[in-house]
Design a protein around this ligand. Structure first.
Ligand code: EPU
Length: 359
């Protein structure tokens, strides 16, 4: 007999705004494409369904995992509880001209389940700037504030006006302004207080006029290769998409979750000592006696770029990206990640922290 049916007060059945799948395969639900099953997977299409679903899960003592686009999670085992997959849609310009904002900004609201890259192109088509450097990042809009996604010199937190979320501690919808989100490098309130907030929508403040950011290595070169002399935001998005396509494996064809490790932040003293030994090591000085190192460089310097254990490997295009060559499971990818961490720690004394959520 199925245990949970014996104990549940309210059996989960598909209802308005959500669809229930029991003993569901998660293989197609994460970009790593590893085998794992969820005891219950619920696709949520309407926000209104969320409080009741969380309430029912709590009554049944089922642990809840929130899933967005699945581009930042690695399952190393089955999930015995409920996975809530947010698939809510909706894009709106809330205010065309927000008074007192530089660059004549518009306020735009995006539902959590919107596809990030589609949203970026939607904003550009409406003449809005800011997100062009973040083109082609996989995942959903609602996941972007959690780890404050960043690429090519821009972080999403710069443009977030507010995040709407269901607060599981107070059982209420909250609006958190940018300051409350406490954005930092690949970090935010949502990551630090993981599991508390279920993001339902994000408001972005996007200017119509704003200097383009072209200083990150390779961006100007790509525009030149495209024959673009005076780029607009759409050309920048196009150039960034070309660079990403070339440098990063495509999650649609090759299982991966982008950067597997964060660039480590270490003491300036350690960074200087390492720089003394390795003249070509990239190093970005930060405030407060700290410095950021390149995780990709450290991994490559250990000879691990392109390294493979069965179907789990390190990309030969970019040393920060772990690859599922087809048949790897999450435990094998995690074993590879641990091997990389241990090797880099032994060689450089630097601890690498995973970027995705590892279950
Ligand atoms: N490098 C190597 N070997 C490699 C790749 C890079 O030594 O295989 C060194 C090079 O010196 C290079 C430097 O690392 O100049 C920086 O490389 P890159 O520009 O690719 O940036 P990254 O720091 O490795 C970060 C983000 C990426 C983002 C790029 C571009 C993190 C953890 N990752 O990578 O984000 O696309 O910058 O802005 O901050 C992601 O988070 O999934 C992701 C792909």
């Amino acid at each position: 007999m199925n245990d949970h049916h014996a104990t549940s007060t309210l059996p989960f059945v598909t209802g308005y705004g959500y669809t229930v799948h029991e003993n569901a395969s998660m293989l197609d639900r994460t970009t790593f494409r590893v085998p794992a099953r969820a005891a219950m997977l619920i696709d949520v299409h309407e926000f209104d369904a969320i409080p009741c679903l969380l309430d029912d899960a709590a009554k049944q003592h089922r642990e809840v995992l929130i899933l967005g686009g699945g581009s930042n999670v690695l399952f190393t085992r089955d999930w015995p509880g409920v996975v809530l997959a947010l698939r809510t849609r909706g894009l709106d310009i809330i205010e065309q001209h927000v008074p007192g904002t530089p660059g004549d900004a518009a306020l735009v609201r995006a539902a959590a389940g919107e596809v990030w890259d589609d949203f970026v192109h939607w904003t550009l088509a409406h003449g809005l700037r800011g997100l062009e450097n973040l083109a082609l990042i996989p995942g959903s809009v609602g996941a972007t504030p959690i780890q404050n996604i960043g690429a090519y010199g821009v972080e999403v937190g710069e443009f977030v006006d507010a995040v709407y979320a269901y607060d599981r501690t107070t059982s209420s919808i909250v609006r958190l302004d940018r300051a409350a989100c406490a954005f930092a490098y690949r970090d935010s309130l949502f990551k630090r207080d993981s599991g508390r907030y279920l993001i339902t929508a994000v408001d972005f403040l996007l200017p119509r006029e704003r200097a383009l950011r072209l200083d990150y290595d390779g961006v100007r070169e790509e525009l030149a290769a495209m024959g673009v002399d005076s780029p607009d935001a759409r050309a920048v998005a196009h150039a960034i998409s070309r660079v990403r396509t070339r440098k990063l494996p495509d999650p649609v064809t090759t299982g991966n979750a982008g950067s597997f490790f964060k660039n480590p932040i270490v003491s300036a003293d350690l960074a200087t000592a390492l720089e003394g030994e390795h003249a070509r090591m990239p190093l970005w000085p930060l405030a407060d006696g700290l410095a950021k190192l390149s995780a990709a460089w450290l991994i490559e310097a250990c000879g691990l770029k392109g390294f493979r254990q069965g179907d789990a490997g390190v990309s030969d295009q970019h040393a920060l990206v772990l690859i599922n060559y087809g048949g790897a499971n999450g435990a094998q990818l995690w074993a590879l990640a641990r091997h990389i961490q241990q090797t880099v720690l032994a060689r450089f004394g630097v601890a690498l922290e995973p970027e995705p959520l590892v279950i």
